[in-house]
Design a protein around this ligand. Structure first.
Ligand code: BES
Ligand code: MN
Ligand code: ZN
Length: 507
């Protein structure tokens, strides 16, 4: 197998645009841009940048590109690529991240390894935020989804990236380093989520996750089926029993020497390495995509590693339940009743609602380990895709202050997310005649009843749930997002840990 991703060396450069020592310079271009602040650019390629604007060929609309040769007086790099960034007044770190990805992907396509990204003065983005966003973007662009091809596939990797136009000081350098770590975490999440189910079984997922986390200094523990049975995790075991592959529970601990206070962030990720639906089997069409049903777990693992590498002063506990959901001879059946580790009983009406089951035991375990604030991440429901589409993650939780803290983190991360209600009224939909509750509430409000099921296992703790069923996988390529796993939510979890002092008082 070839490499899935590589970390470029990203450095600040205080040189002028025309002096940058790179094979290609990426320049964000705003709508109506005259490039007055970039000496030499208007003259490059015989004035083609402005000519293309004037004849309407390149307008600076978001993420359109114009590649130019740039020989001429006062410009050192032989090529440049303009990347549309929309109206200058609307520029955000999010836009800059996407501009950087677009430009860097185009550079790799043209087989350039040494590039510069030129940031433009003005606008409302703080220099540190811009530096971080661009470092994230160029790192995210150094990903390749076709690593299993053995013929005609020779990806070029970015080796060196200069971030120009911002100056150069210690705070900016730290922002760049942070951005690279956030970008790497995104790539690690994508690599795990793209891995086919036959290669990434629960046992392999646990080993790979443990290796990734421990190399960053995270404490790791893999619980096997024996230990999971001793803990009486009847929900996780009920899903695992339909498969020949045994389940695993990966436990990750980040224990800083000087934590901010008595808080411990509990991160829980759904780790279904393949979801056939079980006895309530899924239709054949698109079932292959269910190899990504461990995207939430991958995000938790990569986030824990990044949190350790950033040496964030907040205790964090990661819990990832890992199993296949298969229709084997011993599989659970609709109508079965199973008992959770916490002692609650569940009537299984649909074996395809497996994510909430494995998460139920995992949330309980995170509480046992001392978590004070919970966030779970899961490709949980098709219903959230109906509600919010393929670009926006659904956010559920309580209390409001905790939901707000998570929502803030999603904004800084660039993970489009929108809050959903969890009114008690919906709980009637999970009523069972014979057990504490059922595992499905039917089609109406399907993402909400899924969230309410998980909430049953959050105890009294602040809890938030990110339903990434729509956002974990891109069906269509965009200039800033190739097809396949997106790495959604991993930067949100890291940004949330970074903001720990601010939410520490939420109860
Ligand atoms: N992994 C699926 C959810 C999913 C659907 C993810 C589409 C990505 C794309 C989950 O385990 C599932 O099957 N959910 C069921 C729940 C239902 C049976 C209550 C669903 O959404 O249909
Ligand atoms: Mn399912
Ligand atoms: Zn699933």
């Amino acid at each position: 197998m070839q490499m899935t991703h590589q970390t470029p060396r990203v450095r600040l450069d205080r040189g002028a645009a025309g002096e940058l020592d790179a094979a290609l310079v990426v320049v964000p271009a705003f709508e109506g841009d005259a490039f007055a602040d970039v000496p030499g650019l208007a003259q490059a390629s015989g004035g083609e940048a402005l000519a293309a604007r004037d004849r309407g060929a390149f307008k600076g609309k978001p993420y359109e590109t114009l590649a130019l040769a740039s020989q001429g007086a006062g410009w050192r790099a032989p090529r440049l690529i303009l990347v549309g960034a929309g109206p200058a007044a609307a520029c955000t770190p999010d836009v800059l991240r996407r501009v950087a990805i677009t430009g860097a992907l185009a550079a790799r396509q043209q087989r350039f390894r040494r590039i510069a990204v030129l940031l433009r003065p003005g606008g409302s983005v703080a220099p540190g935020d811009a530096a971080q966003a661009v470092a994230e973007g160029v790192t995210i662009a150094n990903y390749d989804g076709a690593a299993l091809k053995t013929a005609d596939h020779n990806p070029v990797w970015l080796d060196d990236v200069l971030v120009a136009g911002l100056g150069d000081d210690a705070a900016l350098a730290a922002a760049v380093d942070r951005g690279v770590i956030l970008g790497e975490a995104t790539n690690q999440t994508r690599a795990l989520a793209n891995e086919p189910g036959n290669r990434l079984t629960p046992r392999v997922f646990a080993e790979r996750g443990a290796a990734l986390a421990s190399s960053a200094g995270v404490g790791v523990e893999i619980l096997d089926e024996k230990r999971i049975t001793e803990l009486r995790m009847g929900l996780l075991l009920s899903i695992a029993q339909g498969s020949e592959e045994p389940p695993r529970l990966l436990v990750l601990r980040h224990e800083p020497a000087d934590p901010v206070s008595n808080i411990a962030l509990g991160l829980i990720g759904k780790g279904i390495t393949f979801d056939t639906g079980g006895i309530s089997i899924k239709p054949a069409e698109n079932m292959d995509k269910m190899k990504d049903d461990m995207s939430g777990g991958a995000a938790v693992i990569a986030a824990m590693a990044a949190i350790a590498r950033l040496k964030l002063p907040v205790r964090c506990i990661g819990v990832v339940p890992m199993t296949e959901n298969m229709p084997g001879g011993r599989a659970i059946k609709p109508g079965d009743v199973v008992t959770s580790a916490e002692g609650k009983t569940v009537e299984i009406l649909n074996t395809d609602a497996e994510g909430r089951l494995v998460l139920g035991d995992a949330l309980w375990y995170a509480r046992q380990l001392g978590a004070t604030h919970l966030v779970d991440v899961a490709t949980l429901t098709g219903a959230v895709v109906v509600a919010l589409g393929k670009t926006t993650t659904g956010l559920f939780g309580r209390p409001q202050a905790w939901v707000d803290a998570v929502l803030d983190a999603t904004r800084r991360a660039g993970d489009r997310t929108w809050p959903m209600p969890i009114f008690d009224d919906y709980k009637d939909l999970l009523k069972s005649e014979i057990a504490d509750f059922t595992n499905t509430g039917g089609r109406p409000g399907g993402s909400i009843t899924g969230a309410l099921f998980i909430k049953e296992f959050a105890g009294e703790l602040p809890w938030a749930h990110l339903d990434i069923a729509g956002t974990a996988w891109a069906e269509e390529a965009k200039p800033y997002q190739p097809k396949g796993a997106t790495g959604v939510a991993v930067r949100t979890l890291i940004q949330l840990a970074m903001a720990a002092p601010a939410w520490g008082a939420v109860k």
